[in-house]
Design a protein around this ligand. Structure first.
Ligand SMILES: [Zn+2]
Length: 234
């Protein structure tokens, strides 16, 4: 079972407007939280959750990790993301530029999380009747992970972070670790896994036929142009 418990102004607005969407994946034995929002308002650990998995280092996804670690949760991330988060590296997180552009208010910081542990792509977590596969999906940023959740009746859900959004949209930013070619390769990889459901880090959920949304993005690449950007509300 997957619960959508947080999200910001890119919709649906559930918590802080600056939050990316975050989700609880609940198996029979244990539950994990995928992403944390920006951390501007303290997030209480959801019931039964013992571990936080991060898709990537950007503040709207990882900013709440330090507070949850202090509350006793394990925090796991790709080694590149983990290294940045242990140091509170705001440059690696793209936060210096985002702040200069006015995306975030000046006082919002990436709080270092010294206890974050490395999580490698290709591994899987058994939550009890539900397996969560860890996928290396760089492109939007380095150290980006997505998670494929396989539950009953073969239903496959892609927790995509900022890899891809409903309608085949993407987010490509002028940051040194953003790479459209790597994004395309990551999309080609997740397409082979044939997800049914797409739960992204922003925007609408896709409840069926998620592969069609990945195909839509790949068609743009095949035509020689990156897919359309997810747009922020004015
Ligand atoms: Zn991002």
């Amino acid at each position: 079972m997957i619960e959508h418990i947080g999200g910001g102004a890119l919709g649906p607005l559930l918590t802080d407007p600056l939050d990316g969407s975050f989700y609880v994946v609940r198996g029979r034995r244990r539950a994990v939280l995928v992403d944390t929002g920006c951390g501007r308002r303290p997030l209480r650990p959801p019931a039964g959750v013992d571990t936080v998995l991060l898709t990537h280092l950007h503040l709207d996804h990882a900013g709440g990790a330090a507070a949850l670690a202090r509350a006793g949760l394990r925090v796991l991330a790709h080694p590149w993301t983990a290294e940045g988060l242990r140091a509170g590296d705001e440059e690696r997180a793209g936060l210096l530029q985002a702040r200069a552009q006015g995306t975030y208010p000046p006082g919002l910081r990436l709080v270092a999380c010294p206890s974050v542990e490395d999580l490698d792509g290709g591994t899987a977590l058994d939550l009890g009747g539900c397996r969560l596969h860890v996928l290396d999906t760089p492109g939007h940023s380095d150290g980006h992970l997505a998670f494929l959740v396989e539950a009953g009746r073969g239903r496959r859900t892609l927790l995509a972070g900022d890899l891809i959004f409903a309608g085949g949209r993407v987010v490509l930013q002028p940051l040194p670790d953003c790479n459209p070619d790597r994004l395309r390769t990551s999309l080609e990889h997740v397409r082979t896994l044939e997800p049914d459901v797409l739960l992204a880090g922003h925007g609408d959920a896709v409840e069926t036929g998620a592969t069609a949304h990945i195909d839509a993005a790949l068609r743009y690449f095949e035509a020689g142009a990156p897919p359309p950007q997810l747009t922020w509300p004015a």
